[in-house]
Design a binder for this molecule. Structure first.
Ligand SMILES: Cc1cc2nc3c(=O)[nH]c(=O)nc-3n(C[C@H](O)[C@H](O)[C@H](O)COP(=O)(O)OP(=O)(O)OC[C@H]3O[C@@H](n4cnc5c(N)ncnc54)[C@H](O)[C@@H]3O)c2cc1C
Length: 387
């Protein structure tokens, strides 16, 4: 098989890239390790920045997002048992949209398959080769166990943090570990509040979020080595009730459909390119989920890559490809700082002394009461403009 762009991974990065390339008349093949059903059901992020929504609209894949996504014009910082609203739209003129990552993935898969373009699911032993030459290729084993080879002009490594692409790029990795993890819950219960609530509490951070008017997404800070078996549903609801308690707030409970623990890391790979292999999304960088940036960064990366590839294939110019890594990394580091800042402000660090806790509270109070500080949070949260 031969194509222009061989894409490894059918997450938000790989699927968005394939779609943007198709709109620019550039053919690609997407190779995915899992089944279609699996990737469409994988529950992860759910906050879309304003520029992400605009891009999906321009790309013609926002029909369902516009019907079912929930625009949010503000969020709450809850501390000392009180809500402090950050009016995202009033402060920035922009807002965010709550729409599950798996819904974005479903929309992109449907658009690609409707257009008759290939996604090869359930491949294994995927390997990029000869990225340093002008004839790179990918080998893999298909779902029937047959070895295959995909020749291409460019390889896009969109296979997340556990994929094979990252390891094929000789680069520097900057990493930071956090001394906590998130226990995430998806519950069949209407949201208890119309907006997201980021809670700083002496027992640890908690986040009230949602996916639909019937489904709540909730998170609790837990130790990084915590095991999900220690958290029966009743304990989760009790702990959420304690941390989210506030005057006039009632936590709506319901059957827990899914629960899991995600550790927190910040990782940046520099550069995001080796020869004709380009990394995008989680394959190149990971952010802690507090700033809701992971999926949004993945989509920004591939927007930059698609523009650069269009110029390369259309005009024979490689200037944008040469700038790809630097262009993406400017946004990645901004998102890293914002995610680290939100995480540090809201979580209880083990072993933190009274001095550090007072600094945290001072930062929270300043952010909640200063228009300048609230605007800084808001403009980062809704997403800085692409251009
Ligand atoms: C467990 C988890 C929970 C998260 N929760 C949140 C959250 O609550 N809030 C938030 O804002 N962000 C969250 N994130 C971050 C966000 O989901 C990611 O930033 C986003 O998925 C990045 O998209 P991506 O396309 O780069 O990578 P991914 O979504 O990881 O997609 C990579 C794709 O590549 C496939 N793949 C992997 N290896 C291979 C291979 N060798 N060959 C072929 N295909 C391969 C994978 O199956 C996958 O489909 C979470 C991430 C994880 C891992």
């Amino acid at each position: 098989m031969r194509t222009r762009v061989g894409i490894i991974g059918a997450g938000p990065a790989g699927l968005t890239l394939a779609h943007l390339l198709r709109l620019r008349g550039i053919d690609s093949v997407v190779l995915e390790a899992r089944s279609r059903e699996y990737v469409e059901r994988r529950v992860r992020a759910g906050v879309l920045e304003h520029p992400t929504v605009e891009l999906l609209r321009e790309a013609g894949v926002a029909g369902r997002l516009d019907r079912e996504g929930m625009p949010h014009h503000g969020l709450s910082l809850r501390f000392d048992g009180t809500d402090h609203r950050i009016a995202l739209a009033d402060l920035t003129g922009r807002s965010i949209t709550v729409y599950g990552q798996q819904e974005v993935v479903k929309d992109l898969i449907a658009a690609r398959l409707d257009a008759g373009e290939p996604i090869v699911f359930e491949v294994s032993d995927v390997r990029p080769h000869d990225a340093e030459t002008d004839q790179p290729y990918i080998t893999y084993v298909d779902a029937d166990g047959a070895p295959q080879r995909l020749d291409c002009d460019v390889i896009a490594g969109c296979d997340g943090s556990h994929g094979v692409s990252h390891a094929a790029v000789p680069s520097t990795t900057h990493a930071h570990d956090y001394p906590f993890a998130w226990l995430g819950v998806l519950a069949k219960a209407p949201p208890s509040h119309s907006e997201l609530i980021y809670t700083h509490h002496e027992r640890g951070f908690a986040l009230h979020s949602m996916r639909t008017p019937e489904i709540t997404r909730l998170y609790l800070q837990v130790p990084p080595e915590e095991r999900i078996e220690y958290w029966p549903d009743d304990r989760i609801w009790d702990e959420l009730g304690l941390r989210l308690a506030a005057d006039g707030f009632t936590l709506t409970t319901g059957p827990i459909m899914e629960k899991g623990i995600t550790t927190m890391r910040s990782v940046v790979t520099e550069p995001m390119r080796y020869g004709r292999l380009f990394l995008a999304g989680d394959a190149a960088h990971i952010v802690p989920p507090t700033g809701a940036k992971g999926m949004n960064l993945a989509i920004h990366d591939v927007w930059v890559l698609a523009e650069a590839l269009a110029r390369y294939f259309g005009e024979g110019r490689s200037d944008l490809l040469d700038e790809y890594s630097d262009t993406c990394l400017r946004r990645v580091w901004r998102a890293q700082h914002f995610s680290w800042w939100m995480t540090s402000m809201l979580h209880q660090a083990p072993g933190a002394d009274d001095f550090q806790r007072r600094l945290q509270l001072s930062q929270l109070r300043y952010t909640a009461t200063s228009t300048a500080a609230a605007t800084s949070l808001a403009e980062n949260y809704v997403g800085l403009p692409y251009r």
